[in-house]
Design a protein around this ligand. Structure first.
Ligand code: APR
Length: 251
């Protein structure tokens, strides 16, 4: 494993731009339940399409509101883990680091990453259903969605629901960042959910080296230059340590 870690550090040391694409796995060691893991107790009997689609929201706004309120509260008791921290540390070792995440938990920003593209939105932000007018300071424990100050339509969480398109601008920026990177670290994602799963390919076709960090193999593993098989909270700090070592030896 150490030799793979050192070869990843070498690749990163030669890069001026690194993009880190993350999924649910990077937050696993913070104890964040995935969508399905959170579906315990009362929530178990509801189908994802009832809880996380525009149709489900319109059919039962109170139910969907309460589900997101519950998940937003779960986040209040968790902290970023050493994997998030290692991604922050990379910023001091590489000219440009862009984080592109499928997570809605905001943990990369809380850890200190300064350039984060939230492809699937944020569970801590809100806008109105009809016009996407932003709503600020939405309190916990409301029994139903509040109404938009501007147009009166219902306020909803600013997350991308099943069946919804990703915001064009964010997706395009994610593609551009991958295309301009020499190294793309793909961390904790099953690489199954489109369009995020194909982002690394746009960099790969322009010569970027793909590094995968995941305890399990994914469809992306095949094209990865190096696969670091393990939990990101253990593997990424080792990559950063090796990179620091390399940099201090070359000074
Ligand atoms: N470190 C790194 N990777 C891990 C860890 C860990 N400690 N634990 C698990 N993983 C890996 C799993 O092996 C799996 O490949 O993280 C991946 C998590 O996969 P998913 O739960 O499918 O998450 P993700 O790929 O982010 O899903 C994408 O699908 O559910 C929707 O919108 C939701 O953003 C989500 C999207």
């Amino acid at each position: 494993m150490q030799s793979s870690i050192d070869s990843v550090a070498k690749l990163i040391s030669n890069a001026s731009h690194v993009t880190v694409l993350t999924g649910a796995g990077v937050s696993k060691e913070s104890g964040i339940p995935t969508f399905r893991d959170a579906q315990t107790g009362f929530w178990e009997k509801h189908r994802p399409e009832d809880l996380a689609t525009p149709e489900g929201f319109l059919a039962d706004p109170k139910l969907v509101w309460t589900w997101y309120d519950y998940r937003r509260k779960l986040l209040d008791n968790v902290q970023p883990n050493p994997g998030h921290q290692a991604i922050v540390d990379l910023e001091k070792l590489v000219d440009k680091v862009t984080v592109v995440t499928q997570n809605v938990d905001g943990l990369h920003q809380r850890a200190g990453s300064t350039d984060v593209i939230e492809l699937h939105g944020s569970i801590k932000k809100f806008y109105c259903f009809d016009h996407e007018h932003e709503a600020l300071d939405v309190p916990f424990d409301l029994e139903e969605p509040p109404l938009c100050n501007v147009c009166g339509s219902m306020i909803r969480p600013a997350v991308v629901w099943f069946g919804e398109a990703l915001p064009h601008k964010l997706l395009n920026r994610g593609i551009t960042e991958c295309e301009e990177s020499q190294v793309i670290l793909v961390v904790g994602t099953s690489s199954l959910v489109q369009p995020a799963a194909s982002l690394p390919l746009s960099g790969y076709h322009r010569g970027a080296k793909i590094i995968e960090v995941n305890p399990d193999a994914t469809p992306l593993s095949r094209i990865a230059e190096v696969v670091l098989q393990g939990p990101s909270g253990e593997v990424l700090p080792k990559v950063v340590a090796s990179l620091k070592n390399l940099k201090s030896n070359s000074n």
